[in-house]
Ligand binder design. Structure first.
Ligand code: FES
Ligand code: FES
Length: 215
């Protein structure tokens, strides 16, 4: 009599399992490796950041690349994280709005957005902060037109954008001022470090007697 067939060998995987096999990968987010396990391959980066990794800074405003509330950087490029399959970002550097602050201190961009009255309901602001951060990384002195063009993918229903434009101008000016101050300080330091040079003929090499010199 033939042996009973191995139930495991005859089991038919459910259609769902076959079509959507779970996957695991590691995302590098804000300088930290974050493992993602048993995830559906089609999950967006926005979903994974928010729902699996607990990084709720990026917001889900439209899920279709229209509002900019979900903006993050992947390998230094600004992307709408709702449109990026998270698994494709494995091996890349992901930077979210949580990564703008240093040691709990808001970045200059975040501070300026708050100080200039750009933050009303606040929903768009994480994406706006990432866009402004990205803009100023690539263009240290954007014109108002360039700023408006950079912001055209970020929808804000509250603030009228004036505060954001002001914030960009302020941060650009502050950074330019501190770069000038730093370079002046470096120049002053270089002058101070020029070693004293003896006048011609005033210096001498002390030759040891064993080398033929005089004691
Ligand atoms: S949620 Fe991604 S662009 Fe709106
Ligand atoms: S501050 Fe409310 S949507 Fe921009």
């Amino acid at each position: 009599m033939p042996a009973d067939p191995d139930p495991a060998a005859t089991a038919v995987p459910s259609a769902g399992t076959e079509e959507h096999p779970p996957t695991s990968y590691v995302l590098r987010v804000n300088g930290t490796d974050r493992p993602v396990s048993d995830a559906w391959i089609g999950e967006s980066l926005l979903y994974v950041l928010r729902e699996r990794l607990g990084l709720a800074g990026a917001k889900d405003g439209c899920s279709q690349g229209e509002c900019g509330a979900c903006n993050v950087q992947v390998d230094g490029r600004l992307v709408a994280s709702c449109l990026v399959p998270a698994a494709t970002a494995a091996g890349s550097e992901v930077r979210t709005v949580e990564g703008l602050a240093t040691d709990g201190e808001l970045s200059d961009v975040q501070r300026a957005l708050a100080a200039c009255g750009a933050v009303q309901c606040g929903f768009c602001i994480p994406g706006m902060a990432m866009t402004v951060h990205d803009l100023l990384e690539g263009n240290h002195a954007p014109t108002e037109l360039e700023t408006r063009q950079a912001l055209c993918g970020n929808l804000c229903r509250c603030s009228g954008y004036r505060g954001v434009l002001d914030a960009v101008r302020e941060v650009a000016a502050e950074r330019a001022a501190s770069a000038t101050a730093a370079s002046e300080a470096a120049d002053a330091g270089d002058e101070a470090r020029i070693p004293h040079q003896a006048a011609p003929g005033a210096g001498s090499v002390q030759i040891h007697p064993h080398d033929g010199g005089m004691a």
